[in-house]
Write a protein that binds this ligand. Structure first.
Ligand code: NAP
Length: 236
């Protein structure tokens, strides 16, 4: 287990924190002296778990006003942002010819536009701080062509390319940015996917969380541009 005591008092913002990877990271970091700002569409703003160190905010990353409010609420409560983890995302899988245009639009607006919006607005804050760290959840589908991944791949190739540009623009502003590129992870992401899947071979939530904590605990002079994490048997 990574020693996260060095993250004490950091303000860590996580999108997609109601389920899956975002929620797993939040669970691991709570009660560790970290201040968390957790956003998702279905998160309860006045959660019974509301504590001084955890802020739950209703967030739709594809909506710029919602992203701007998310940032304002975070800054009003904690006064700074040390880390942004972009874990909000959706996936629909079918051949391009059989795909629904709405599913394509949703993946582009949530995965790509959503990551753009959070990076832009939180990036501005981090630039003024001359300090910050951004982790973008890409996917192996953002670096290789997988049948049935048309719209998802388009969104994730977009996130991957966009993240590389952001790295080049913000590297000298004290902001470290990493593309996290996993194969399949055993999360709720697959709950509504109509495919025969052996989830036991997927990366566990615990394992992906450990990798992300490792990135958060790296010294500032060591910048990890990207990290690829695969299940033992390959992509799925
Ligand atoms: P998940 O279990 O389905 O969770 C997705 C999270 O994103 C949920 O908290 C969901 O909450 C949130 N979300 C969806 N649309 C949103 C929106 N418009 N605004 C704000 N939040 C939104 O998926 P996951 O496995 O944690 O995946 C997290 C990220 O990793 C995604 O970008 C995914 O593409 C990527 N990834 C996943 C895998 C995998 O195999 N699981 C592999 C590679 C990469 P609400 O519905 O409450 O908004």
């Amino acid at each position: 287990m990574i020693d996260v005591t060095q993250l004490k008092d950091k303000v860590i913002v996580i999108t997609g924190a109601s389920r899956g990877i975002g929620q797993a990271i939040a669970h691991t970091l709570k009660d560790k002296g970290v201040r968390l700002v957790l956003g998702a569409r279905t998160i309860a703003e006045q959660s019974e778990f509301q504590e001084d160190t955890i802020l739950h905010v209703s967030l739709d990353v594809s909506d710029e006003e919602s992203v701007m409010r998310f940032k304002e609420v975070a800054l009003a409560r904690f006064g700074k942002v040390d880390v942004l983890i972009n874990a909000a995302g959706v996936g629909s899988f079918s051949s391009i010819l059989d795909s629904e245009t709405k599913d394509f639009d949703d993946m582009i607006s949530i995965n790509l536009r959503g990551t753009y919006l959070t990076c832009k607005h939180f990036g501005r804050t981090m630039k003024s701080q001359q300090d910050g760290q951004i982790l973008n959840l890409v996917s192996i589908a953002g670096t290789m062509a997988l049948p049935g991944n048309g719209g998802y791949s388009a969104s994730k190739y977009g996130v991957y390319g966009f993240t590389k540009v952001l790295q080049s623009e913000l590297r000298r502003e004290g902001i470290r940015i990493t593309s996290v590129i996993p194969g399949a992870i055993n999360s709720s992401f697959w709950d509504n996917v109509d495919m025969e899947l052996d989830k036991s071979n997927m990366i566990s939530l615990r394992s992906i969380t450990e990798h992300i904590l490792f990135l958060l605990c790296q010294p500032k002079h060591a910048v990890v541009d990207e990290i690829t994490i695969m299940p033992p048997n390959g992509i799925l």
